[in-house]
Design a binder for this molecule. Structure first.
Ligand code: G6P
Length: 502
């Protein structure tokens, strides 16, 4: 079946930012004029940087941020507000250097990390929330550890709070219980929780033996944000069915235990202009440099994928589509190469080891069938790539291929659009990634439909410059209007409204 058409982009009237491009300066000016610059306490599993690092003197930003969706979206917000970012890591790596915010690390014993992160977060919740056909595993001990770790982070929030009503911003499925645990410790806090991954339909959610605790934990929030309206709908229906909460659909609000919680969609985005906009080499230099690194002739057409090695990303399916392309369109043999950047991820878990074995087998088969002494159709680069290196690949590519089987948003798609100031390059985007809702000028792909995906790749490889430019221009306008700065403004304006109302 052909992938469904993506829906038109989001514009919500009545918000502070219906037009124009949001920048760091505009966000700061707006904060000063409207809400004041209130410090925020961010809670997430990953810290913005792997460890304490030098500060870039030009941007006054960290030299190398962790490349994850959470960091791309949340770092601009805390940068504008100041405050403290509470994350897992070695305590001695906590920083209070030349940044507008501090990083406070919470160290976890191996056993805690095992039950909390690998066990409950990534073997139970992650597969339960994604339609990627990996069965969730629910172990009581993992859930107990998850609860205890959420409580430890809530204790740290209490230590870090400088008033009895702090603004706390909780990130993702690692911390579903934390909102309620923070509220028990700081009853007047305003807790905003953002769920970065898809929220499942209630029938998928009800398999979790401790679902009620998760929902009650989340409902400790003042606002719960999701990537798309569908995620909001799934959450509201789940809470209605499982807890009997009262739903006010007109105001996007739930009432449970005498408290009201707002549920809203805030699609995450990337900085605009991107980190590298002012210092990227020209497109020509990027093209030459990447082709030289990969030992490719200068006229080779290049497709690029950038993912964690995760079963939700559809990497194996991309390789199958490339195999079909080379079968059905022999003219691309020796002339087209696909480079997949794959960051190792959650490698101790069996589902991830199995996936890696399948991905390597698919690559080897395609390369054996169509490769030669001088030609390797699929190049798999398994390592953590710096953002600067990813940027080079995105600028060098003829197309970028996002093939997620299911995903909350996918910020690589938006990074690609942000990287292409030459208005060239084609985005192939899975209809099952949240980004498809906004980037309607991408070529839509159903990653399960291998024949169709192969023909979409062929279409990308033959798209003329005018069509590329038209599509890219429209996508750049969408991303520039809905950047990470505007995402921050939406969330903070809702938080400010709550403060006024109370
Ligand atoms: C997804 C999740 C994030 C997570 C990231 C990387 O984007 O939503 O919360 O940090 O994957 O996964 P990892 O397990 O390496 O933190």
């Amino acid at each position: 079946m052909r992938a469904r058409q993506a829906e038109p982009s989001l514009v919500r009237p009545g918000e502070p930012d219906e037009y124009g491009t949001w920048t760091a300066e505009r966000l700061e000016a707006w904060l000063r004029a409207s809400t004041g610059r209130e410090p925020v306490i961010v809670v997430s599993h990953r810290a913005p940087r792997r460890s304490a690092q030098a500060i870039d003197s030009r941007t006054r930003g960290p030299v190398e941020l962790e490349s994850s969706g959470i960091v791309s979206a949340v770092e601009p917000l805390i940068r504008a507000c100041s405050g403290v970012w509470v994350a897992h890591g070695k305590e001695e790596d906590s920083t209070s250097d030349d940044q507008p915010y501090r990083v406070r690390r919470v160290s976890l014993e191996d056993e805690e990390q095992h039950g909390f992160y690998y066990g409950f977060a990534n073997e139970a919740l992650w597969p339960m929330c994604h339609r990627a056909h990996v069965k969730p595993t629910f172990r009581p001990d993992d859930f107990t550890t998850y609860w205890n770790v959420n409580a430890r982070f809530a204790d740290v929030v209490r230590q870090e709070a400088s008033s009895d009503s702090p603004l706390v911003f909780v990130q993702d499925y690692h911390f579903a219980l934390a909102p309620q645990l923070v509220r028990e410790r700081l009853p007047h806090s305003r807790v905003i929780t953002f769920w970065h991954i898809p929220f499942p339909h209630w029938q998928e959610f009800e398999v979790c033996p401790w679902g009620q605790y998760l929902l009650e934990g989340l409902l400790g929030s003042s606002i719960i944000g999701f990537q798309t309206p569908l995620d909001c709908r799934n959450f509201i229906e789940t809470v209605e069915r499982c807890l009997g909460a009262h739903v006010d659909r007109y105001h996007d609000a739930l009432t449970y235990g005498g408290r009201q919680v707002l549920v809203r969609a805030y699609p995450t985005s990337v900085r605009w202009p991107g980190w590298w906009a002012s210092c990227s080499p020209t497109i020509e230099i990027c093209r030459e440099s990447i082709r030289r690194q990969l030992c490719l002739p200068v006229d080779t057409q290049l497709g690029v994928g950038v993912d964690r090695l995760d079963h939700t990303k559809g990497i194996e399916e991309k390789f199958l589509a490339i195999e079909r392309l080379l079968e059905c369109y022999p003219e691309y043999r020796e002339r087209f190469v696909f480079a997949q950047l794959a960051a190792p991820s959650r490698e101790t878990l069996p589902a991830y080891r199995d996936l890696r074995a399948r991905v390597l087998a698919a690559r080897d088969r395609v390369n054996a069938r169509f490769g030669s002494a001088n030609y390797t159709p699929i190049i798999l680069l398994e390592e953590h790539h710096t953002q600067a290196h990813v940027n080079l690949f995105l600028r060098a590519a003829d197309f970028c291929y996002v093939g997620s089987l299911h995903e909350g948003m996918n910020l690589v798609a938006k990074e690609f659009v942000s990287a292409r100031d030459d208005e060239r390059g084609v985005l192939l985007l899975s209809a099952f990634a949240g980004a498809a809702r906004e980037l309607t000028d991408a070529l839509s792909i159903n990653p399960y439909d291998i024949d169709d995906a192969a023909s979409v790749i062929a279409r990308a490889l033959t798209m003329n410059d005018e069509e590329q430019a038209e599509r890219m221009r429209r996508m750049r306008s969408v991303v520039s209007e809905y950047s990470a700065w505007r995402w921050a403004a939406h969330i903070l304006s809702d938080a400010a409204r709550l403060r006024r109302e109370r």
